[in-house]
Design a protein around this ligand. Structure first.
Ligand code: F6R
Length: 616
């Protein structure tokens, strides 16, 4: 959460910083700010700190009045943790003497003690944030060390928590000091200078060869180059990662918003996630598996741990893993799993699902599971992310960068990847033959074309349903089996982008309470695809219809009977129940987005949310 950028070189810093911040806005957007180095009247360097509440566009307008002279600076876009989203709490934060400015992504857990200690020594705080202690700690250390890197290293020894920081000091013009622990930092050298950001997306225009800083590593950026050091200040040569995806990913490409663009990318995500996964002899090939087939054969319990949308992908995987491999599988919110005492043995497999690969609760849960002896398998969209690095094996979801805060294409990538894992476990356990795996694999691949069919033919039907939901106060999403899991994701999508209250319920449970909510016109969105429980769901819908509900059915193409009870029908192509989540989720994503647009909401950046949740 929060995005940071920094630039030092030959070009104008302010536009590089604001362009970078706009690309990082998905990480937080309640306030933004920059610190630019400028020559003061006395000929010495000064820090010009500009901060604004709201989105980066507001900051950019404020900066129009500033000249282009500054060639070094740092910037930040914030998702508030400690302190309200006010101008005073916006980053950068500065030292008492205004000579040092800091931008920070993460959380300083011991900031309260540090603040008391620093105040006792005479420091004055201007914000309610945890970050500000960094500025004062560095100021003190700089007074002793007279070297910015040494001062930053010293400050880092005092803080407990997570940080990715970039620091400028008016006494060392042109230098940006960077440090990282548990919050992402990427550094790169372009033809016109040196760059730092929380995510490559902010520096990909300048370079495709980047260094993803490891915990405990530091970087000193100057116009001439970048030096990397460890916690003792010794030089290191970090690994360089080449970015092979295209900048088009970061542009809307003619779509009105990223969410819609990303929904339309889903056929490609299915195809890319499956490329090279089936060997010519018909064996599943997961080259980053990290676990031998012998180790997998010993697995007798699976936990899928994740948060939010990724958790819903886990609910779908439970059906597949138990169905095909007959291994008991539990799905848990990472934020719960880590605080209880789950039964873990060396034959437990923990599958961590995370688009960003950096969700704090998911990371903490896998660390805990490893200590307790579990094997850990990661499913993530971000190459080299902490989840990937800290897992025994990994499947990458190949969704490419997801910009809209609400996950769509990465969810589909997760479900496809988890399906592969379930098939593999089924094969290793001897419950699926090679022939069956090959057949399932090809059917799984067919879902790409099925999604395309939905996108090509069902948009109008979705829009009519969205118009019918627009003015509702609340909605229920129902289904059974796979349909119940899909409903959870449908309800979350609607809530987060349209701010309409929505709840998912197993259709058979409706009569045990939620049916009391239904009055004439109440929207019930039902997953009624052809499945073993189709008739049961239809009976449950009749109970809703009898009470006046407005029913939107996600049904299998060719099912005309459903029209007798549903006010709106959105079709998906016939598909095996095991794969229905991959297709039936798509109309629910479209519906959520459409309702949000009709209600005038910002679908890409819903209020109060951030794409990457690095706080607990
Ligand atoms: C919802 C959404 C969130 C994330 C959750 C976990 O659309 O995107 O619920 O799924 O914050 O994030 P990751 O998958 O990055 O661990």
């Amino acid at each position: 959460m929060c995005g940071i950028v920094g630039y030092t070189g030959a070009d104008t810093a302010k536009s590089i910083l604001t362009d970078g911040l706009k690309r990082l806005e998905y990480r937080g957007y309640d306030s933004a700010g920059v610190a630019l180095e400028r020559m003061g009247d006395a000929g010495s360097c000064e820090l010009d700190v500009v901060r604004r509440t709201g989105k980066v566009a507001g900051l950019e307008s404020e900066l129009v009045a500033r000249d282009d002279a500054s060639t070094c600076g740092i910037g930040h876009t914030r998702w508030a943790t400690h302190g309200r989203p006010t101008q005073a709490n916006a980053h950068p934060h500065v030292s008492c003497d205004h000579r040092i400015a800091v931008v920070h992504n993460g959380i300083i857990e011991n900031f309260a003690e540090l603040r008391v200690e620093l105040e006792e020594r005479g420091h004055r705080f201007a914000s309610e944030t945890d970050t500000e202690v960094f500025a004062h700690l560095i100021e003190e250390a700089y007074a002793r060390e007279h070297d910015l890197m040494a001062a930053v290293r010293a400050a880092c020894t005092r803080v407990v928590g997570a940080y990715g920081i970039a620091v400028v000091c008016a006494d060392e013009p042109g230098v940006i000091a960077v440090a990282r622990k548990d919050s992402p930092i990427v550094v790169g050298r372009g033809e016109r200078g040196s760059y730092v950001a929380s995510d490559v997306i902010a520096l990909i225009d300048a370079t495709r060869d980047v260094v993803v800083l490891e915990d405990g590593q530091f970087a000193r950026l100057s116009p001439d180059g970048i030096e990397y050091t460890d916690a003792e200040g010794a030089c290191i040569e970090p690994e360089v990662t080449h970015i092979d995806w295209d900048i088009d990913t970061a542009e809307k490409g003619g779509y009105p918003d990223f969410m819609l663009k990303e929904i339309y990318e889903q056929p490609r995500v299915v195809r890319d996630t499956l490329v090279g996964r089936l060997s010519p002899s018909g064996e599943l090939d997961i080259d980053e598996l990290g676990l031998s087939f012998e180790e997998l054969d010993l697995i007798d319990r699976v936990y899928v741990i994740a948060c939010g949308t990724s958790y819903h992908a886990g609910l779908i995987a439970k059906n597949l893993i138990e169905g095909w491999a007959r291994i008991p599988c539990e799905v848990e919110a990472a934020s719960e799993f880590r605080y209880r005492n789950p039964i873990i043995t060396p034959s437990t497999l923990v599958v961590a699902v995370s688009q960003s690969g950096e969700t704090a609760d998911t990371l903490a849960a896998i660390r805990d599971a490893r200590i307790k002896g579990a094997k850990v398998f990661g499913i993530t969209n971000v190459v080299g992310s902490p989840v990937a690095r800290e897992s025994d094996g990994v499947i990458y979801t190949k969704a490419n960068k997801e910009i809209a805060v609400a996950s769509t294409k990465s969810f589909i990538g997760q479900v496809v990847s988890l399906t592969l894992l379930a098939m593999l476990l089924g094969q290793v356990k001897g419950r699926l033959t090679t022939r069956q795996v090959r057949m399932l694999f090809h059917e799984l691949g067919d879902t790409a074309a099925q999604i395309q069919w939905i996108l090509d033919t069902q948009v109008e039907a979705v829009h009519k349903a969205a118009l019918a939901c627009r003015d509702a106060h609340s909605a229920l999403f129902v289904g059974r089996g796979m349909g119940a899991a899909i409903s959870c994701e449908g309800a979350l999508k609607l809530k987060e982008v349209s701010y309409l209250h929505a709840e998912a319920y197993a259709a058979g449970e409706m009569k045990h309470g939620p049916i009391a909510l239904i009055d004439p016109g109440f929207p019930v969105i039902a997953v009624t695809t052809r499945s073993p429980t189709y008739d049961k769901v239809v009976s449950n819908l009749k109970e809703c219809e009898a009470r006046g509900a407005m029913i939107v059915a996600i049904a299998t193409a060719g099912d005309e009977d459903i029209r007798a009870i549903a006010d709106h029908v959105i079709y998906i192509p016939p598909v095996r129940d095991a794969f229905s989540a991959i297709t039936a989720t798509v109309p629910l994503q479209l519906l959520a987005r459409d309702v949000a647009v009709l209600r005038g909401c910002d679908v890409d950046q819903p209020r109060n949310l951030a794409k990457s949740v690095t706080v607990e």
